[in-house]
Ligand binder design. Structure first.
Ligand code: ADP
Length: 509
């Protein structure tokens, strides 16, 4: 199979300074100050850190490197703002979220440009992320008016038994770099709808999206202090994280990121017994059965594997193909990879595979691929011995003859690597799929309806795509089991995270 992949890097060479200026003109929502306690601010000691475009290495901006004291200030302001925000009529909160949604829509292009610049994803994907993220604000504008308790018949007729829902209190929102807009809006929409003030800590690689979202929230009329955004470098992040976890005024911690950091935050929150929502790593199986429609299966695999260059927590990681269709599936996947993937700067036309976000990711992905090849996987593409990747552009890679013990199956690769293993029976596929200690998403492709139900129920994960590779939507419950986390975000499920139930017993005798 002759695979031809095109790379469209920037056509002409610009100096770093030139490129930065050219880039910045388009980035009208760019903010270089953090929002703390209602003020756009710098760090007390003036410290900053640079935000880099991962496709070009240009410095896009420098943002404040905040620390523990800033976190405490943000929490104090949120706790103060919480008192009136928690009492604001749900209808008013809903209207504010609607206004915010409209602003997000109006500024979709600017947000997408900023997102591509700091995160690297192709512009079409950045636009899709903005629309997806804004969809959560639209959804929670509705949910704000549908948060209600229950009245039940108590044990005795003279006891009226009521359960009401109240805002849980200040929420700390720690978000990752792979979906910097959608992950923040998913958490923020739910928190605001439920009447919680929020302190957000975006990832160090992608703080600009969060600052832009905060600027628009302010423009929508969010009262000062209800949202702070703390930017912090990799070095100072642990200090800010610990301050948020240990502060008794923070009632909820919602985190999306790695399992390692999730476990650390879980432990740090023990002393203040916070409500926790943790959306952690995945290791999604993608199972193609003999009865599958192979065209659908390949399309589903492309969508779930290569979106954001594979840097998605629900990305397909372990492709399991039944023996009867294995050779045909792998050949079809290889040729679609070859004809449809164009790697390069996400801002360039026609590019649909951006760079990996940073050098650590690049090293991790290439390490897992070399280890798997050493363990016996066959690298079909790129051909062994091909030129090393340029910059942070990891080439789309197809590995076959993979077995469950190999590195690319044991760990979440988080890169554009399609690793395919062969299985014989449904039981064997399920045993392999469930052997992971992660349980976020799973995908199955089958035209056998009984099998679709059976396997959906048997998979140990929080979400299943049946003949569908793109499953995220604001209406649905997003989350995982096992080491993939706690709680569900989206739909009406987020209300659990940001409200407390209070039981009131009315004696009427
Ligand atoms: P990844 O390994 O994919 O970069 P992380 O889990 O490290 O994912 O990052 C997700 C988010 O967690 C980011 O906002 C990051 O800054 C934050 N983070 C990382 N380490 C800590 C920590 N010790 N305390 C609080 N937040 C942290």
């Amino acid at each position: 199979m002759a695979l031809q992949l095109s790379y469209r890097l920037l056509g002409r060479q610009l100096s770093a300074g030139q490129a930065t200026r050219v880039g910045r003109r388009r980035l009208s929502l760019l903010r270089e100050r953090a929002l703390v306690a209602g003020q756009w601010t710098v760090a007390a000691d003036g410290a900053t850190f640079d935000v880099i475009n991962p496709a070009t290495d240009d410095v896009i901006a420098s943002v404040p490197d905040l620390g523990e004291a800033d976190a405490a200030r943000a929490v104090a302001a949120a706790a103060e703002a919480q008192r009136s925000w928690g009492q604001t009529a749900p209808r008013r909160r809903s209207q504010l979220l609607q206004a915010y949604f409209r602003l997000l829509e109006e500024h979709g292009e600017q947000l997408a440009a900023l997102l591509t610049a700091e995160q690297g994803k192709p512009l079409a994907e950045a636009r899709a992320e903005v629309a997806y993220g804004a969809g959560y604000i639209e959804w929670f504008a509705g949910e704000a008016r549908r948060i209600h308790g229950e009245v039940v018949d108590g044990a005795a007729p003279h006891k009226e038994t009521l359960m009401i829902r109240q805002p849980a209190g200040v929420a700390a929102l720690i978000t990752p770099w792979n979906f910097p807009i959608a992950m923040l809006l998913r958490k923020l929409g739910a928190a605001l709808a439920c009447g919680c003030a929020a302190v957000a800590k975006p990832a160090e690689d992608t703080p600009l999206s969060a600052l832009a979202l905060a600027a628009l929230a302010e423009q929508a009329g969010l009262p000062p202090g209800v949202l702070s955004v703390l930017t912090a470098s990799r070095a100072r992040t642990p200090e800010v994280g610990a301050a948020l976890c240990r502060d008794p005024r923070v009632a909820v911690l919602s985190f999306t990121g790695s399992t390692a950091v999730g476990k650390l935050l879980y432990a740090q929150c023990a002393s203040t017994v916070k409500k926790l929502s943790l959306e952690l790593g995945g290791n999604s199986p993608f199972i193609v059965f003999d009865s599958a429609d192979l065209e659908k299966a390949v399309a589903g695999c492309m969508a779930s594997k290569f979106r954001n260059s594979g840097q998605t927590c629900i990305s397909t990681n372990r492709i399991l193909v039944q023996a009867g269709v294995y050779d045909r599936f792998v050949a079809a996947l290889g040729s679609v990879m070859a004809s449809q993937l164009t790697a390069g700067d996400g801002a360039a036309d026609g590019v649909n595979l951006g760079p990996l976000v940073n050098n650590a990711q690049l090293e991790k992905v290439s390490g897992l691929v070399s280890e798997s090849v050493r363990q016996g996987a066959r690298q079909v593409w790129p051909r062994p011995g091909s030129a090393a990747p340029e910059g942070r552009f990891y080439p789309p890679t197809l590995l076959t003859e993979v077995t469950p013990d190999m590195a690319c199956f044991r760990e979440e690769v988080f890169g554009p690597v399609a690793a395919c293993a062969r299985f014989e029976t449904e039981e064997e596929a399920l045993a392999i799929a469930n052997s992971s200690d992660m349980g976020l998403a799973g995908y199955i492709f089958t035209e056998n309806i009984a099998q679709a139900w059976r396997v959906s129920r048997a998979l140990e994960c929080g979400m299943v795509g049946v003949n569908e590779g793109l499953i995220s939507q604001p209406e649905a419950a997003f989350g995982g089991v096992k080491l993939s986390g706690l709680g569900r975000e989206g739909g009406h499920y987020s209300v659990e995270d940001y409200t407390e139930v209070k039981y009131i017993c009315f004696g009427t005798k």
